[in-house]
Design a protein around this ligand. Structure first.
Ligand code: NI
Length: 185
């Protein structure tokens, strides 16, 4: 396993359409292992193969950051979606920036695992957002295409600290909510 370099915006690879994975071999397993290690090291909630320069349809997602379990999706596609919600997003390929993006509140995804077996998964709220964010990387798109403007981390700190929160809420819970609220894929 190895930590791979995450490409940043401006690299033309990030705007290319990825090819389907057709071989479920050791090379794919190595890629998925490296994506896991790279995502873990970057402390993100999702990472797509093109972000490390590989134009194949494979992503890693962390649907629930509280559990912190990584899910591998090969050749993923969205089968169904419902609702719409504006929420905060960041991307490991656009470091230090954040933006509000409208995403479905629920999605059903179909994908293959590293052995080629098809499975379906549903995700609501933050998980749905994570699926949508990662899957669009595979078609060369990034979240900043959907935002009115991007905010720096300092601007986000100011916005989030101004948000009214219940007084009884203790500081560690507030902290956890902010951490979950500010996700990067
Ligand atoms: Ni991203």
């Amino acid at each position: 396993m190895a930590i791979r370099k995450i490409l940043t915006q401006g690299d033309p690879v990030l705007n290319k359409v990825c090819h389907p994975v057709t071989k479920f071999d050791d090379k794919l397993a190595d890629l998925l292992d490296d994506l896991r290690e790279t995502l873990d090291s970057a402390k993100g909630v999702g990472l797509a193969a093109p972000q490390v320069g590989i134009l194949r349809r494979a992503v890693i997602v962390v649907p629930n950051p509280e559990i912190d379990e990584m899910v591998e999706l090969v050749n993923p596609e969205i089968l169904a979606q419902e609702g719409e919600e504006d929420g905060l997003e960041g991307c490991l390929s656009i470091p230090g920036m954040w933006g509000y993006v409208k995403r479905p509140t629920w999605v059903k995804v179909r994908a293959q695992d590293r052995h080629g077996n098809w499975f379906e998964m549903e995700g609501a709220d933050l998980a749905a957002r994570c699926f949508c964010h990662e899957l669009e990387h595979l078609d060369g798109h990034m979240y900043d295409e959907h935002v009115d403007r991007l905010y720096t981390s300092e601007e986000m700190d100011a916005i989030l600290s101004e948000e009214q929160e219940p007084e009884e809420e203790n500081s560690s819970r507030k902290h956890a909510r902010r951490r979950v609220g500010r996700r990067r894929g």
